[in-house]
Design a protein. Sequence first.
Length: 247
Amino acid sequence: MLEEECSRLLLKNALRSILAIMLLGVTSAWMMDEILNLGGTLLSRTVVLFSIGALLVFWPLRAHHPFDRLGVANHITMARGAMVLLLLGLVGADSTPQIEAAALGIAMFSSGLDAADGWAARRTQMSSAYGARFDMETDALLILTLSLLAWQFEKAGAWVLISGLIRYAFVVASWLLPWLQQPLPPSQRRKTVAAIQMVSLVIAIAPFVSSDVSVPLCACALAVLAWSFLVDIVALKRRSSDSTAVT
């Protein structure tokens, strides 16, 4: 009975937070639409993206978040996620200096909050599998969005999309190769590489950064990311081979 009450409180609290963030995000999209003269496209895209995002955030809560409230860390991640979705709404818009400046501002704010959610989770002792996955998926979507914008703003060729797609390619590959589904231990290397990726792409989309700078910057960041994935893949393969040999 107590567990069911905690679950009910959690869902009630989460729904309030999600609706508040959605309202703030949609209002921001409407204001940006007016300022950037986007003709309502950003607002309509944001409404769709926020609806999908809200469902993905709300659905797994009950099973993977063992507390009666979301907590500060998840609220921070939710705010970051809202900014990422707002940024994603700019993909496909005309590449004007105003849009590039708006994208840079949102990206800097979202990236700057990246370390805050983990710190808050540890500080409040509310770490959970849900929060860790929420943070990871938000980071992955931000990197994908930034890579799309870097290509859209002609700061790098289509190859820069690999930066955003490589993680999703790994997930798809794990469906075909079960040994890739083995859990990986926490790694400072992965956190550092993800931070390098985000910072590099944020710098690349800046209006004042030329392609002479953004192309090699994105290429170096992608090389580091590919190396990090290769290290993990090799480690998983060895672990799988060792397990098979012991069996």
